[in-house]
Design a protein around this ligand. Structure first.
Ligand code: 2P0
Length: 427
């Protein structure tokens, strides 16, 4: 049987996602269990995706993996967790009868490529681990709770297992069985929603998310108080996340325990009702609180740079000019901005960006993704913009939209491994 089918392979793609309620901090490092729930938008794979091929053969001597063409250590514990979990689920599902299924004892070769800058704050680990887990699951015929497995590769990866709008429930159980992702609404739910990725820098980020959030949990009192003794503060410091108790406010574990639960419910409502005004405002506030937490970490972590801050000012100026929230920013663990807006505003806002950040690259090198029509800005809009032009501040823009979850690719030419089980040369 195996001699007739020396190599069995599957190729899949998976999306990246951008959180509008941010995940930052773990309660269990090994299982990757978060200290708060989070909610994200899955970005369309026509613009941003990871492609992964996984193959097994009786001729393979060991498990091997190539990322963006370079062989990496397959012994990495997160990778091992995903492989082990998928093989365990496959074993459980088969319960003795192998049938036509691929033998579990064979070694696997995996090749994976991203079509966007790795480690630039664009959640490449989310798409990467989602794609790995989905592809292995297809290979081994596993269908059960895959977000729980992807989570063990990278927290944000569990949200990339679904299209549309996705929440990751933090769960309560120590074994993580209830720390899973779930779709809030499908990709077709809000067809006018558009996403602009403003690529400010493609360099690697100075502090990885994994170590950054670890230091935040240890040191930031905005994120999580370390003791169980409530701090008492006078009521003049009234904030939306403080609880009134006999004219005193008791500070609870701030972001994770007091702020995020309410924001999760409010964000789900904004999405269900397609309320862009509230969606945009909450998205910006949650991004700002995440970055405030990073700055409150000791030593502080600064993911934003001068260009990021100029983009923030620009968004607020643009919205103030129109007297409503027409665009909203969010930033992950890097300086790149992700802008949410509606289809009707894309052309004008891109023209605004080009006015403030005159591109150093022209045409489709600066504007990638969905088509954007050039528009002439009125003098009134130009005079409302807050700053002097900053040439080259934004390297390029990727215009995209909400997209579906992982997909299987049927076309053999898109496989990343050749018949010998080694990566095909990059064309
Ligand atoms: C998020 N980020 O919710 C947040 C907001 C970055 C800022 O998830 O250690 O790469 O692999 O679980 O998933 C980045 O963290 O970290 C992240 P690990 P991950 O998207």
């Amino acid at each position: 049987m195996a001699a007739e089918k020396p190599l069995v392979s599957v190729t899949c793609t998976a999306p990246t996602n951008i959180a509008v309620i941010k995940y930052w901090g773990k309660r269990d490092e090994k299982l990757i269990l978060p200290i708060n729930s989070s909610l994200s938008v899955t970005l369309h794979q026509n613009q941003l995706k990871t492609t992964t091929t996984a193959a097994i053969s009786r001729d393979f001597k060991e498990d091997r993996i190539w990322l963006n063409g370079k062989e990496e250590d397959v012994g990495h514990h997160r990778l091992q967790s995903c492989l082990r979990e998928i093989r365990r689920l496959a074993r459980k599902r088969r319960s003795g009868s192998d049938g036509d299924l691929v033998p579990l004892s064979y070694k696997v070769h995996i090749a994976s490529v991203n079509d966007f800058p790795t480690a630039a704050g664009l959640a490449s680990s989310a798409a990467g681990y989602a794609c790995l887990v989905y592809t292995l699951a297809q290979l081994y015929g596993v269908e059960s709770e895959l977000s729980e497995v992807a989570r063990q590769g990278s927290g944000s990866a569990c949200r990339s297992m679904f299209g549309g709008f996705v929440q990751w429930h933090m769960g309560e159980r120590p074994d993580g069985k209830d720390s899973i992702a779930q779709q809030v609404a499908p990709e077709s739910h809000w067809p006018e929603l558009r996403v602009l990725v403003l690529v400010v820098s493609a360099e690697r980020k100075p502090v990885s998310s994994t170590s950054g959030m670890q230091t935040s949990v240890e040191t930031s009192s905005l994120l999580k108080t370390s003791g169980h003794t409530p701090i008492l503060l006078p009521s003049v410091l009234a904030l939306d996340s403080w609880i009134i108790s006999e004219n005193w406010l008791i500070a609870l574990q701030f972001r994770a325990e007091s702020v995020v639960p309410g924001r999760m419910a409010e964000m789900a409502r904004c999405i269900k009702e397609r309320d862009f005004e509230a969606f945009g405002q909450l998205t910006m506030k949650d991004s700002n609180q995440f970055h405030a937490t990073c700055l409150d970490t000791f030593p502080p972590i600064c993911y934003l740079n001068d260009t990021s801050r100029q983009i923030i000012s620009l968004v607020h100026c643009f919205n103030a000019y129109y007297g409503k929230t027409k665009v909203a920013y969010t930033f992950d663990a890097g300086p790149n901005a992700v802008i949410f807006t509606l289809e009707e505003t894309v052309d004008e806002f891109v023209a605004v960006i080009k006015q403030v950040f005159p591109p150093e690259m022209n045409g489709d090198k600066f504007l990638k993704g969905l088509p954007v029509e050039p528009v002439e800005l009125s003098e009134e809009v130009k005079s409302a913009l807050p700053m002097e032009p900053f040439p080259g501040g934004i390297r390029y823009i990727i215009t995209t939209q909400v997209g579906p979850g992982p997909q299987v690719l049927e076309e053999p030419q898109r496989q990343l491994l050749g018949p010998d089980g080694l990566p095909k040369p990059v064309s």
